[in-house]
Design a protein around this ligand. Structure first.
Ligand SMILES: Nc1ncnc2c1ncn2[C@@H]1O[C@H](COP(=O)(O)OP(=O)(O)O)[C@@H](O)[C@H]1O
Ligand SMILES: [Mg+2]
Length: 435
């Protein structure tokens, strides 16, 4: 079902002009839309592929308002838009995802409180407002711990590790007195992330979780499929669904997760397209950028089905020189962001080498996750419990089937197939359909 479909040729305003905005603009163009960019800095990679760029700060409310009024719909690729700017924008044009999601993710303390209020697991955490709070915070989180500024952290910036309590004061001093949180250190076996979308009609579609590898705090590669059991894929889909639904979210969100022996722990959420979702450009018919544009403009969502294995690799700083040599390799998709200055740590582009094959070789059915508002009660479903519980006669455990590489789907009430409010231990219905 579409929902107030934004007419062809309408103008989408994107706040933030980096590479994410650039790839959103290109996806918007494919769907027949035009894009304008708002960006404070003087070279916006997204500006190269947009109708116009407004170069002004987020505190320039006149410029912000004029920009908004020159567009039909607003979205963003940059998370740290100040509250006053958000309030102003909200009153002008439809704005997706809504301010509430942005405000939750802008502050690590608010974000952790929110995730815990949904019953999801996070690292143990405590607020640090001043140096005298440090000892008490560490008593709560245990050691080792990581101190993180509540706001403005990215690519590992604004963080200090505390391996022993004796290092804590020095670590906090590194954060220059900014309001912070302490997080207990999670012993994870892998880091994964899931890219999920929610449309204006409340439907939710997720991509296959990717496995992330960081170098120096910056994402280096994302590999799909992640090397995790099928049950954790299902968990990732459901918990991310729960987050986007609780926020009444519209658009694409990235959810970063730690894999632990006790299950998935949520690290953080990003209310936008995400670097760890770039693999979808080579792995899915509808990639995360088009998915975001579809979600906010009222198009039906793509279903997230993956048709290839991919190892997305970021080209950081001087790595960009490798692009030309990679171009000679079959099956490699190259993305360069048009940034002029090559600087260490700067994301210059990425490559998506795909093997053109799925989990079980050519022609295999690949994971396809699609769920809707009824599919969202991750805690009530308690997948681990069901996994070990006896399955009703005639019903095949979806997890056993999905571990063979079959699809995982949850259908909604309109499709009228597997409504999740039933307790499937009573045999009312299957909630998950294996193919
Ligand atoms: N509580 C934690 N326990 C263990 N490792 C962590 C924890 N928090 C963060 N990390 C590591 O640091 C990286 C960056 O932290 P993150 O909170 O994601 O910040 P950023 O906003 O910079 O991405 C994570 O990807 C993970 O490798
Ligand atoms: Mg992160």
């Amino acid at each position: 079902m579409t929902h107030d479909l934004l007419p062809n040729s309408s103008v989408i305003g994107i706040l933030g002009g980096g590479q994410l905005g650039r790839m959103l603009a290109m996806a918007a163009a494919r769907l027949g839309y035009k894009v304008r960019i708002f960006e404070p800095s003087d070279h916006a990679p997204a500006g190269d592929v947009a109708l116009s760029v407004t170069q002004a700060g987020y505190d320039d409310h006149a410029a912000l308002k004029a920009f908004a009024l020159s567009c039909d719909l607003l979205t963003f690729e940059f998370e740290n838009i100040p509250s006053a700017a958000l309030a102003l924008l909200e009153g002008t044009r439809p704005f997706f995802p809504a301010r509430a999601a942005l405000e939750v993710s802008q502050d690590r303390l608010v974000e952790k409180d929110f995730l815990n209020s949904l019953g999801l697991k996070t690292a143990p955490y405590a607020a640090i407002d001043a140096a005298e709070d440090v000892a008490q915070a560490l008593a709560k989180t245990g050691c080792p711990a990581i101190l993180k500024t509540r706001r403005f952290g990215y690519d590992g910036k604004g963080q200090a590790r505390v391996m022993a309590a004796s290092e804590a004061d020095a670590a906090y001093a590194n954060l220059n007195g900014a309001p912070a949180i302490a997080e207990g250190f999670i012993e994870f076996s892998r880091e994964i992330s899931i890219i999920i979308a929610r449309g204006r009609d409340g439907r939710v579609a997720a991509f296959d979780p990717g496995e992330n590898h960081h170098v120096g705090g910056i994402l280096s590669t994302t590999t799909v499929p992640a090397n995790i059991p099928a049950i954790l894929r299902a968990d990732a889909v459901l918990l991310a669904s729960k987050i986007v639904t609780a926020l009444d979210y519209v658009g694409v969100m990235g959810v970063e997760l730690f894999v632990t022996p006790q299950g998935l722990v949520v690290n953080e959420i990003a209310p936008r397209v995400h670097n760890s979702g770039h693999w979808t450009q080579a792995g899915c018919a509808v990639d995360q950028f088009e998915q975001h544009i579809r979600a906010i403009t009222g198009w039906p969502l793509g279903n997230g089905q993956r048709h290839a294995n991919v190892v997305m690799e970021n080209l950081i700083g001087a790595d960009v020189a490798r692009a030309a040599e990679m171009a000679d390799t079959a099956g490699v998709q190259i993305h360069l962001y048009g940034k002029v200055d090559v600087r260490p740590g700067r994301k210059m582009g990425h490559i998506n080498p795909g093997d053109g094959r799925g989990l079980n070789g050519a022609g295999a059915v690949l994971p396809r996750f699609y769920c809707t508002p009824r599919a969202l009660d991750y805690n009530a479903i308690n997948l681990h419990r069901f996994h070990s519980a006896p399955w009703p006669r005639g019903h095949v455990s979806p997890f056993r089937r999905s571990s063979c590489g079959s699809q995982i789907e949850v259908f909604d009430a309109q499709k009228n197939r597997y409504p999740l409010h039933h307790d499937h231990r009573r045999g009312a219905d299957r909630h998950w359909a294996g193919v």
